[in-house]
Design a protein around this ligand. Structure first.
Ligand code: HXC
Length: 257
């Protein structure tokens, strides 16, 4: 598929998606949505790929949903189209997706980063939900995911004042998993993804599924679900190989990548 708004490459076992609308600071229009979802689905279906990284430019991961595209939309159309529900397909990716965020991650950009499995931030990253300044509010998960990441007080602060959070604050409050120098962002994200892609793919996918389940169920049900997945991994050669390699003091060679 020829992409217009993103660059899609395989770097070894890692699928790299780069948002590429530099003139609009990678604002997320309907074309970006369709292309990102197609690229992710393609990597999920590709047996040679074990993990993905999604990134933007040094200035902007994404400065939000495309305001110029949204501007004229009516309530009737927004409701009828269930505007932006398409991004839910992105969150159904079963292989891990890391967001590598430099510069602005605002509105839909911050929400896209939060849809990923974890966020690695460059030291120049700025996160925010500025929709309130446009007379609207978050619409791609900002009021829900941000609250789960950082708690009510900070989520309210971000959504009601529209202020930005820098990378240090984002790491302090648990929005991002690590902060790295801007020049090392892509290498660090690719290294993390390559490490994941070298593990047993079923173990990786089940670990992702189990962590995500923590958001959707009670602790008792989540623990039961985790145990059942854990048990099922003993049906795979990868468990035998991983544990034998530990006992024999060598690196494991997993078959189910
Ligand atoms: C469309 C955008 C855009 C956006 C920037 N641009 N953000 N176009 N949608 N979200 C365009 C600008 O219009 C401009 O185009 C070019 O990108 C460069 O932007 P500047 O503003 O000139 O850059 P700068 O002065 O460096 O300021 C950067 C910025 C600012 C602080 C990030 O661009 C900004 O505030 N952008 C909007 C951020 C925002 O409100 N995001 C939330 C969107 S709502 P021209 O043609 O003039 O050069 C949202 C809702 C999600 O995300 C949920 C929906 C259901």
């Amino acid at each position: 598929m020829a992409y217009e708004t993103i660059i899609v490459e395989a770097r070894g076992k890692v699928g790299l998606i780069t948002l590429n609308r530099p003139k609009a600071l990678n604002a997320l229009n309907s074309e970006v949505l369709a292309e990102v979802v197609a690229a992710v689905n393609g990597f999920c279906a590709n047996a040679d790929i074990g993990a993905m990284v999604i990134t933007g430019s040094e200035k902007a991961f994404a400065a939000g949903a495309d305001i110029k595209e949204m501007q004229a939309i009516s309530f009737a159309d927004a409701y009828a189209q269930d505007f932006f529900v398409g991004w839910e397909e992105f969150t159904r990716a079963r292989k891990p997706v890391i967001a590598a965020v430099a510069g602005y991650a605002l509105g839909g950009g911050c929400e896209l980063a939060m849809m990923c499995d974890f966020i690695i931030a460059a030291d120049n990253a700025k996160f925010g939900q500025p929709e309130i300044t446009l007379g609207v509010m978050p619409g791609m998960g900002g009021s829900q995911r941000l609250t789960r990441f950082v708690g009510k007080s900070k989520a309210m602060d971000m959504c009601l004042t529209g202020r930005m959070m820098d990378a240090a604050e984002a790491e302090r409050c648990g929005l991002v998993s690590r902060v790295v120098p801007a020049g090392e962002l892509i290498d660090e994200a690719l290294k993390a993804a390559a490490k994941i892609a070298d593990f047993s793919l079923p173990s990786v996918m089940m670990a992702k599924e189990a962590v995500n389940r923590a958001y959707e169920t009670t602790l008792a049900e989540g623990l039961r679900f985790e145990r059942r997945l854990f048990h099922s991994l003993f049906a795979l050669d990868d468990q035998k190989e991983g544990m034998a390699a530990f006992a024999e003091k060598r690196k494991p060679n997993f078959a189910n990548r």
